[in-house]
Ligand binder design. Structure first.
Ligand code: AMP
Length: 299
């Protein structure tokens, strides 16, 4: 099996009530690929400028992430700035400098065309179609989105939902997109738009997995201090899809386990700024937290 991730590889400037970090490595593709690398050898598709640090590229290589689809272009790397309030679920985008990402036309190397799982991270929905055309027979196509696209390109989002099996969104995005105030109604409504599974990420309240005939809920790892919530959603997707790519099985049982691994990876990402916690994270720690989760929900 193989997992292809198309997303941003970026610099993030992050402000929390306690600290500000300028231009640290981030991006939806970065977080997702690092999280997935605990289960499989993900292939990443994205673009960076010449200013992107060599150490980050070395980290991708060390984690056995295939960077054949990561282009280095003349110019500056995509830069996003976000500010969090005292409630880590409340985030304001201060700045989005697209830079080399502006005219990004994802081209998949031939070795990526046979991907089994394709993940379209929070990229412009108008980019989806040309990417989908390059992948021959994916067994699973998943997408994520952000408020920006819900507000500026809702028609394109609904059009693209018809082409995916799995949709990751947070509770606010589900409500905005479905125009329902009730999450369950909203999830059900979106299930009728194309995807057979919808994963609703609810921050500290865990996640809900909606299928046509089932709902599965799981709590978040109890965390007393969230240092930086950036990338939690992308790590959830990376852990989830990376695990499915490893087990090569999309049954209900494995979907549930994948959701737990998604939650495990997200829970580590928020323990430090940017990708710092993912850098030091070990396989043993991932497995131990999975076992902890099992105990947390057993009754
Ligand atoms: P998350 O916290 O999981 O929602 O994702 C945060 C990541 O999304 C950050 O690392 C940003 O670099 C990235 N990001 C923010 N805005 C955009 C955008 N318009 N397109 C692509 N990636 C973005």
């Amino acid at each position: 099996m193989s997992l292809v991730i198309v997303g941003s590889v970026a610099f993030d400037t992050i402000e929390t009530p306690r600290e500000r970090r300028e231009k640290i490595v981030g991006g939806s593709g970065t977080y997702c690929a690092l999280a997935a690398s605990f289960f499989t050898r993900p292939k990443i598709v994205g673009v960076v400028g010449r200013d992107f640090p060599k150490e980050a590229i070395e980290l991708f290589k060390k984690r056995k992430i295939d960077i054949g689809g990561l282009k280095v272009k003349e110019g500056k790397t995509f830069h996003w700035e976000g500010r969090y309030g005292c409630d880590p679920n409340q985030r304001t985008t201060i700045r989005t400098e697209l830079n080399v990402f502006e005219d990004f036309k994802p081209e998949l190397p031939s070795g990526y065309w046979g991907a089994d799982i394709l993940f379209l991270a929070n990229i412009d929905p108008d980019m989806h179609e040309p990417i989908l055309k390059q992948v021959q027979k994916p067994k699973l196509v998943a997408m994520d989105t952000i408020r920006l696209w819900i507000e500026t390109k809702p028609e394109a989002l609904f059009r693209e939902l018809q082409h995916v099996h799995l949709f990751f969104a947070n509770d606010e995005e589900i409500k905005l997109l479905s125009r329902e105030t009730n999450l369950i109604k909203g999830g059900r409504k979106l299930l009728e738009c194309g995807p057979s599974i919808i994963i609703v990420k609810k921050g500290e309240h865990g996640a809900l997995v909606f299928g046509k005939e089932f709902i599965f809920g799981l709590p978040a790892h109890p965390c007393e201090e969230v240092i930086d919530p950036t990338g939690a959603g992308d790590c959830f997707a990376g852990g989830f899809l990376g695990y499915l790519d490893k087990v090569k099985d999309f049954s209900g049982r494995e979907i549930r386990r994948a959701a737990v691994f998604g939650s495990v990876l997200a829970s580590f990402a928020i323990e430090d700024f940017g990708i710092d916690r993912l850098k030091s994270l070990t396989q043993g720690e991932v497995e131990a937290r999975f076992r902890y989760f099992k105990r947390l929900v057993s009754f």
